[in-house]
Design a protein around this ligand. Structure first.
Ligand SMILES: Nc1ncnc2c1ncn2[C@@H]1O[C@H](COP(=O)(O)OP(=O)(O)OP(=O)(O)O)[C@@H](O)[C@H]1O
Length: 725
């Protein structure tokens, strides 16, 4: 009975109009209980053919039957545990140990722990596997290949497909592996397809297929091939066949008329390669006659149905075990890499520390120039006798009152630097030695007195000269506004003190606007507290995005993703396993972040901590789906980094984190409201600062927006994954 039948297999890469033909109406037969050596030069399409057998790819036309069913057909078990596939690349997780790797594959194939242990013992001695605790990444190339081989064999599949398993192995071990394969197929119905560059080792195969330019030039027993071409080696026979086929290594699409029958197309003399029936010499198990054949097909139909039901049961039974195996792999993969731990657990803390230390703090180490026209020697300025004196005739005596302001100003806002003339101060400011300067006119004290005592009768000169002039470098607006605010505040308190000394109501010095107790928040609230919720949200979102994109792209590039799919795990299962792993990490990360900002930076949450952790976890989850989306649509790490970085800035800039949304054009405001961070960061602020609960619409709307984005990203991921599948 045939384990594999390919009829007129036609496969091309590229577009229909400009196809790169890889399989050119190829026919192939592999019998159960036999070893089939697939030989051919590099690039002739062996791996492509194997990928069609394991259900990774599909033919453009023609038929493939593997173990009586079409690969990929529901319930066929292919991809799945019926086959064992060792791809050409190692396709193992570097961070797992040898034992963990074998157990991982055993579990996803649905084996019991005891079975895996027993099989591992046998394979260890047979393949001379490295020590069980050795990490895959610390194994040599040959050792990794042996581990990979063991993974394909662990579940005793019905069909074993090995893509160059013996590359890089010493001759003794190669011999041992071949003996093992011969022994295994002799005593069972297991079929083996093996590709190798060591043509002569294929002599041990029951049948060999010589492949060139997308067709099998010959398919027969090694001995028959050598007899037919009167050669002493398969290599020589291959050479003769290749010369007969022609020199071109590339199949030219324009030379092929796809309406022609395959037999007409290949003018070279090939042995049975175009025959739709299996070559007798390659049959290990006898085939029955035509009548029996019908019975066999009916039996096969029955077998297929049984197999289908059995596989369905197995799929349901093993799903939980697979998710567990996948999640274990994800955790191991993440936590065995120092960068993984740093990224997931310490990065948030490092980033938050940077944020709290650097953003919203009072600027220090500033220098401000002082010029007073009424002081010659600034040392005399700090004389306590220079106080305002209240005379009993209801007048106040001001002595160098600029000194009093200078003293009250202190060095807290900025270090005072004294200058004799305005020109000197101006030049120093120009040279950026000081941030700016304040200038008191020479008759400042007298003008202040007149202004206060005579009020509406004060002359213009007195009004003008009682003004303190301030010149500041406004290129750094934040510092400019800071100095401006501080000088106003300190001048206000200075005037109040002077009024009090003069027996006048201090309130007279206030501008007639009074800010009462705020409805929410406090006057002391710092910019830091305003931006903190948004910063925390964007941080957890993008950490999750970057990590997910990196993990998925690496898995795809290393071949781990494809190998796991071929082992019968669905993309959905892999996705769920990853989502669950991440969800656990995200919840922990959110908890860690909230505790850290509370305990270390006193950002206490006035609302419910569980609600805040919930919102942050959803944000991280959404970020992870965004990372997954990037990984689905980007081919490389570089491309993914470009997309993630490209998305980062617009999202941060437009979410109202750096500047109030109200400052944007109305039309833009309406758009950015639906961005993933805009409403959720307002919700987070409402929880932290206002203490609102999830029942308030201005809190739960953040959850709704996040949920909508989760659904959008998830749907797009599914569409992308389906298209890829
Ligand atoms: N995804 C792809 N898109 C376009 N061309 C591809 C793709 N995969 C493989 N090819 C091309 O198809 C041809 C056959 O590749 P394949 O990997 O099947 O060859 P092979 O016989 O297995 O080679 P080797 O022995 O070196 O592994 C090669 O020319 C390769 O460049």
């Amino acid at each position: 009975m045939a384990a594999v039948e390919v009829r007129n297999g036609y496969k091309y890469y590229g577009s229909k109009s400009n196809p790169k033909i890889i399989l050119n109406y190829l026919n192939m037969n592999v019998m159960r209980g036999s070893i089939y050596g697939l030989l051919g030069a590099s690039g002739c399409g062996k791996t492509t053919l194997l990928s069609c057998l394991v259900g990774q790819r599909q033919l453009n036309s023609g038929e493939v039957t593997v173990l009586g069913m079409k690969p990929g057909q529901p319930g066929s078990g292919i991809p799945g545990a019926r086959i064992g596939y060792m791809p050409q690349e190692i396709a193992l997780v570097d961070e797992m140990t040898v034992k963990e790797t074998i157990f991982y594959f055993g579990r996803i194939y649905g084996l019991k722990e005891e079975q895996i242990r027993e099989k591992f013992k046998i394979l260890r001695s047979l393949l001379q596997l490295p020590p069980p605790r050795q990490l895959v990444k610390n194994c040599s190339g040959g050792q990794q290949r042996r581990v990979s081989f063991a993974c394909a064999m662990i579940h005793e599949p019905e069909l074993l497909i090995l893509d160059e398993p013996t590359v890089g192995l010493d001759p003794m071990l190669r011999e041992k592996i071949w003996d093992f394969l011969v022994e295994s197929t002799r005593n069972s119905k297991m079929a083996v397809i093996i590709t190798t560059h060591y043509i002569e080792e294929a002599k041990k195969a029951n049948c060999i297929g010589l492949m060139r330019n997308g067709v099998l030039l010959a398919e027969d027993t090694p001995i028959n091939i050598m007899i037919k071409f009167e050669c002493n080696s398969i290599e020589d026979a291959f050479l003769i066949l290749s010369q007969k086929q022609g020199d071109s290594d590339i199949v030219q699409p324009n030379t092929i008329n796809t309406s022609q029958s395959p037999a007409i197309m290949h003018s070279v003399e090939v042995i049975d390669a175009t025959s739709p029936e299996p070559n007798d010499m390659c049959k290990k198990l006898p085939l029955v006659d035509e009548n029996d054949n019908k019975t066999q097909r009916t039996d096969q139909g029955g077998h297929c149905r049984e197999q289908e039901t059995e596989n369905r049961k197995r799929i349901l039974f093993t799903t939980r075990g697979r998710i567990k195996a996948l999640m274990t792999k994800n955790f191991v993969q993440l936590f065995r890499q120092p960068s993984g731990i740093i990224f997931m657990l310490f990065f948030p803390l490092i980033q938050l520390t940077c944020f709290y230390l650097a953003i919203g703090k009072t600027p220090t180490n500033l220098k401000l120039g002082i010029v007073s026209g009424e002081v010659n020697d600034y040392a005399t300025c700090f004389d306590q006798n220079l106080r305002t004196v209240f005379n009993h005739n209801d007048t106040c005596e001001f002595k160098k009152i600029s000194c009093r302001y200078i003293t009250e100003l202190g060095d807290d806002i900025a270090e005072r630097v004294y200058y004799k003339t305005e020109e000197e101060a101006y030049n120093a400011a120009k040279r950026t030695e000081v941030l700016g300067y304040i200038m008191f006119p020479s008759n400042f004290s007298e003008s202040m007195r007149v202004r206060m005592e005579e009020g509406r009768y004060a002359d213009d000169g007195a009004v003008e000269n009682s003004v303190l002039s301030v010149h500041i470098d406004m290129t750094d607006q934040q510092i400019g506004y800071f100095i401006e605010r501080k000088l106003r505040d300190s001048f206000g308190s200075f005037v109040k003190n002077v009024l009090a000394d003069c027996n006048l109501p201090a309130g007279l010095g206030n501008i007639p606007i009074q800010f009462q107790e705020p409805v929410y928040g406090s006057f002391d609230i710092e910019f830091q507290q305003y931006v903190a919720p948004g910063v925390v949200m964007t941080m957890v979102f993008f950490l999750a995005t970057l990590m997910t994109a990196a993990v998925f792209i690496s898995e795809r590039m290393d071949g781990v993703w494809d190998r796991t799919l071929v082992a019968g795990v669905s993309a959905m299962e892999m996705l769920w396993a990853h989502l669950l792993t991440q969800l656990i990490i995200m919840a922990f990360q959110s908890f860690e972040v909230i505790m850290y900002i509370g305990l270390v930076f006193d950002t206490y949450n006035k609302g419910d901590t569980a609600t805040l952790i919930g919102l942050l976890t959803m944000t991280a989850f959404c970020g992870m789906l965004f990372g997954l989306l990037i990984s689905v649509y980007c081919k490389s790490h570089t491309e993914a980094n470009f997309v993630a970085t490209g998305a980062f800035y617009p999202m941060i800039i437009l979410c109202g984190l750096l500047w109030p949304l109200e400052g944007m054009p109305k039309s833009l405001q309406d758009i950015v409201l639906f961005f993933p961070f805009t409403i959720p960061s307002i919700s987070a602020r409402n929880i932290i600062e206002k203490g609102w609960s999830i029942t308030n619409w201005q809190v739960y709307n953040g959850f709704i927006v996040m949920s909508v984005w989760i659904v959008i990203f998830f749907t797009l991921c599914m569409v992308g994954l389906k298209r890829k599948a």
